[in-house]
Structures are given as C-alpha cells and as structure tokens.
Design a protein around this ligand. Structure first.
Ligand code: FES
Ligand SMILES: [Fe+2]
Length: 326
C-alpha cells in the first residue's frame, strides 16, 4: 500500500478509449467516468481478460470477453445475459485523480492533492513533458539531480564547452520523504540553455521527494527562474516513466518566447540522459549487476535510496555541507 499519489500519464493520453498503464509491474486500466477517472486492475476477475482491450460504456469499463462491466470503485455492474440479482463481484480498484494535466493514482489512502510545486500560481507558464527511460527510479532521479554529469553528458547544452569549473557550496538537508541539495556560488552558466534562460544564477536547488519526484529549481537575483519537476515511477522493472512540468514565471513577453525554445532544448537534454541511463542499465545487466561506487560527489544517492526504501534519509538527521568545483 502506498499513500502517495503517483503521476502515471498526462491527461491528454486518456481519451474515450481505456488506457493501460503499468505501475511497479502491475497493469492498471484507466478510463473516464463522467468528470472523473477510474483506475482498476487491468485483469477481469472472471477469466482474466485485459479490461484495457475493452470499451468504456457509461463510465464503466466493459470486458472484451463476456462483457462484464466494472465501475470506478471496482464493483461489477453488469453480467450480460444474467437475469436475476447481480452477484457482488469486484476487481481491485485504485484511487485516481486528474490534476494539473496529469492522471495520478494511489493504491493507498493519500491525503490531500498530489504534489504540484509552483503550479498553483496564476503567473506561470507551464509546459508538460513525458518520458520513458530504460532505468530505475533511483538512477533516473539521481541523474536529474546530478550536477556533475552535465559537463560530459550535456556539454555545450547545459554547460559551456570549456572545462572551466567554479567553486560551489552544496548544502544537503532532508526530512521524512525528502532530501534537497542547495548549490550556491555558481556564476552564470555557459550552456546554450542557460544563456537563453537566465541572467545571473543565485542558487540552484535539487530535490527528491517520495514516491519518485525529482525537481530542480533555478533561482536568479529576481527570484525563481525555472522549476523542472519530474514525477517518476517504475513501470516494469526495467522501465521508468516520467511526467514532468516545466514551470517559469510569466514576468514579461519574452518569457513566452523563451518557453517556446526551452522545451525542444530540454527534450534534447532528456534524450542525452535517456541514452546514458539505458547504456548503464544494459551494461549492469551484462555484467551481473556488480556493486557501484558511491563517489565523493554523489551527494544524494544514499538519501534517495533510503527514501525509496521507505526509510528516513540520513540528511534529515545529519545535514551536510560540501565544497566542490562544478
Ligand atoms: S473474462 Fe471478463 S467477462 Fe469474462
Ligand atoms: Fe542530465
């Protein structure tokens, strides 16, 4: 049971047909039911047909095999041809909610709305993205939050072409289900994306939240410049899916122009990351998943692992400070 909301797909992917998603290896069928969304196990309890191959009828999901219907609470509401009282059959159901252009599900009893940082404000421009990566949530989240790979994986795009580095202070703090690294002392960055988006950078925050949210905040002298918030989930055991929000303040007209450029550039960076994550995963499998080194600059790995393990992250009790050259 997980009491978190997990973003499983963008709203725009769920049309009139049912949609299959896979969460931690469990196939789930999503379907529209009036203004709400239903989410039930993608497995008819009668003969285990895939409900996602069926149809949505009057807000219920109809099995493609014998036409049994199930509502969003999982209750069987029709057995075609059966004339007397309906037996009480059900299929496992999930809580589901459409929020901020995405569909969230939970197998537990989540309290409140899904986490949607920066999206409450009216004065923001939002772009949504989705991604599929051959990886794990831990590896993909670490990659998003890892400042030390950008010099190599994203050379020229997020970083300049020169090998010049600057001394940066990194403060790592945490609490239950949360770890965060704050980078200060960065000069303006040289990559194409940074040139396009920002003036001076005053700080960058990288944050990981249960159950799989990897978020970056870029701050300039005038305040928050950009948030990239990626909600990741393990689909099958080798595939990570992510729904992401790119959020920027609507300060002036050029912001719109910047936003138009930013998303395609962001997608290039995403493709670079997907390529390296896929190759590390395949290489790990090819070599029998040997142990990896937790290096001196891997600030968040241990805390992310603890959070994914349902444990309190070490940074919650022992905040840390580093000085590094980035
Ligand atoms: S398998 Fe679904 S109705 Fe028979
Ligand atoms: Fe990256």
């Amino acid at each position: 049971m997980d009491n978190h909301w997990t973003a499983v797909t963008l709203s725009s992917n769920l049309k009139r047909q049912p949609l299959k998603v896979v969460l931690n290896g469990a196939p789930i069928v999503l379907f529209r039911s009036g203004d709400t969304v239903g989410a039930v196990a993608d497995r008819c309890p009668h003969r285990l047909a895939e409900l996602s191959k069926g149809r949505v009828i009057e807000g219920t999901i109809e099995c493609p095999y014998h036409g049994w219907r199930f509502n969003k609470t999982g209750q069987c509401t029709a057995i075609p041809g059966h004339l007397s009282a309906l037996p009480r059959y059900r299929v496992q159901s999930y809580k589901a909610l459409e929020h901020q252009g995405a569909i969230f599900v939970s197998s537990g009893a989540p309290v409140g709305l899904p986490y949607a940082h920066g999206l409450q404000s009216q004065d923001v421009i939002v772009r949504r993205v989705q991604s599929t990566t051959q990886s794990t949530v831990i590896d993909a989240a670490e990659n998003i939050l890892d400042a030390t790979h950008t010099h190599f994986t994203h050379k020229g795009l997020l970083r300049g072409l020169s090998a010049k580095r600057h001394k940066i202070k990194v403060e790592v703090t945490g609490s239950e289900g949360r770890v965060e690294a704050t980078y200060t002392g960065e000069p303006r960055q040289e990559g194409v994306v940074s040139k396009l988006l920002e003036g001076a950078r005053s700080k960058t925050v990288g944050r990981f939240l249960a159950p799989g949210i990897a978020e970056l905040e870029y701050w300039g002298p005038k305040g928050l410049v950009l948030i990239t918030s990626f909600h990741l989930h393990q689909s099958t055991n080798s595939i990570v899916k992510g729904v992401g929000w790119l959020v920027g303040p609507k300060r002036d007209v050029p912001t719109w122009i910047k936003a138009a450029f930013f998303k395609p550039l962001f997608r290039i960076a995403l493709a670079q990351d997907r390529r390296i994550l896929k190759s590390t995963q395949q290489n790990a499998l090819a070599h029998g998943a040997p142990d990896i080194i937790r290096g001196p600059l891997d600030f968040l790995r241990g805390d992310i692992e603890a959070i994914m393990d349902g444990k309190r992250p070490p940074a919650a009790d022992h905040p840390r400070t580093y000085e590094v050259a980035l």
